[in-house]
Design a protein around this ligand. Sequence first.
Ligand code: AMP
Ligand code: MG
Length: 694
Amino acid sequence: MTPFDTFIMVDWSGGNDRGPRPVKDAIWACVASNGQIGEPIYLRNRGVAEAWINDTLDAALAEEQRVCIGFDFPFGYPIGFANAVTGQADPFALWRWLETRIEDSKNRNNRFDVAAEINARFDGRGPFWGNGLKRDIEGLPRNKLDYNNIFPDRRVVEEQAKGSFTCWQLAGAGAVGSQVLMGLPVLERLRRRFSGDIAVWPFEKWEAPIAIVEIWPSLFVVPPPDEMIKDAWQVQGVARALQALEPEVLANMLNVIAPEEGWIVGVGHEGMLQKDTVLAPPPLRNDCFALPAGVNWAPVDEALTLLQSRLFPVTPVETLPVKNALGRILANPVLAGRANPPLPNSAVDGYGFAGNVPAGAHRRPLIKGRAAAGVPFSGSVPEGSAVRVLTGAALPKGVDTVILEEDVTATKDIIAFNGPLKKGANARRAGEDIEAGDVLFDAGRMVLPADMALLSISGVSDVQVRSKLRVAVLSTGDELVEAGGAASNSQIYDANRPMLLSMIARFGYDSIDMGRVVDDRVALSDRLDMAADQADVILTSGGASAGDEDHVSALLEQAGAMALWRIALKPGRPLALGFWGGKPVFGLPGNPVAAMVCTLIFARPAMGLLAGEDWRDPQGFDVPADFEKSKKPGRREYLRARIRDGKVQVFASEGSGRISGLSWADGLVELEDGACVIKKGDMVRYIPYASFGI
Ligand code: AMP
Ligand code: MG
């Protein structure tokens, strides 16, 4: 038996009317009922939303539906607050209290004043901050400076739900505090209107015709596609996820005791929600490798363009502390949490004072004390005086300019120096590097060591990243034996698998070693099944052409979604692209030189897209050739190459059996599709291995 027939998910808003056209930061709702999921509904203000909720619940009750209705704001405050305001440790007492105080109309409400009124009760130690209005409100600080809250900053559940906001913050991007103040009165009226039929979880048992629950979409819903409004996407995502849960799983999730602070549905059970359809992006279409009709010989660039237009991320999203995010791919744009520098500070060791100093000799009295990095000078510096400042120190009040200590003659209480000195000299402006809210990185970027510094200085503690792409690697061929083992003269050691596995590791993905398979369809089919179970992508080598022993292409063909890509490329044989068990398969040529080049040129950027990365063409450099070569038109060539004395050499033999050339080289020379004649000293395009990430 399902606990609920209908799920109504609401993304609330604390602000004013947002107009008739659907926009973000308004109220959005979504109804999922009896297995169907509705389109997101736009509700332009709270009055409209409350009326819509009342009507929707009336209709559901009339049909004897059991309803779970979710709101994305806290139902309770951190422990102690309800009692301090109402004299009762009862969240509903606070709901009633707020319902009598909050005034709400389309374009005006008194939430900031009510917050200030509450703050006033705590003797300057009230919990609320973040005045979002132009006018100052006594007792409601604009920011968290000098904050001295006597209540916990977060509820227990918020300690566990990484990235959630505190309900004391009323304004600023992501702040939830205003929604709580403007939402609880509405919930209080719902309780009264549907009294007897309604339960508020987890304060009351949820087994009632209508259960109100607290949700937080960012707990598990993946970021929306570019063109979609986040709130709309999220309500639909939560409705879909909750509806998809097994009844016992949902009942177990609702089995929570949190009598005063409340709880967010799913915290502690994130895996169950993420496993579901919401977090996992939609699967690739299995015709995504199909070549346009009539194409069976594609230039490299056309093949790449086709891959680029068809592939998208297949990996779910997880939240990681910045320090663990090296090499991971950002799933969302990352915004700066604070400015750098946060306050104006000194760029040098010296003396600080106010303003422009004209040319000529100057003397200024030194006031006592100094400003150092992390140890600010608390007083203010009178006009005409100076104070000792050190590099990185916040500029004291009255200081906007610093003179280098090397340019000063100083005694204990006076400095002498020569002008001119411009206002602002040797000082760094607040935010001159980064402003709070700046976009530090877009989604799709791999986090690099330098980014650690920028994320850290900008106050970013966690980032949403893609899970690592899991890539299975297997080799095929009757002639192959495991490297290091015994081999007869007719056998060869498997060279591709160790090479491919280590390339995958260098790309930053999880490599899964699926071993070797003989040229036998049953064995190969079983092994592909295993690989598809464990991985997001499968790389095979060998057996990818169209001959008798080319079992990879034969099986992919049978599976019905194979495209044999004949790419105008040397070295390279046909590339068999297909699907097995819903997972994309790159059937690489068996020849190690061709396998490596095809991986670098095709599989790498394709896997990048699947992993959530931006499409990246490898960075190449034009370097004078230290070789001669002429080439016929019709296909692109990659030569094993290396740089010596500022010139690029190529490996003596172009034979694709010469594996030694791969190690001799430190990159590839790329020769265009057309004909070319290269003489020594001509510029050619050289792409170092490092540009491919290996
Ligand atoms: P195939 O694509 O299966 O026709 O193989 C082409 C050539 O590559 C043959 O000479 C194979 O012996 C060789 N080959 C295939 N797989 C590997 C491997 N894993 N390691 C080294 N050589 C291989
Ligand atoms: Mg073979």
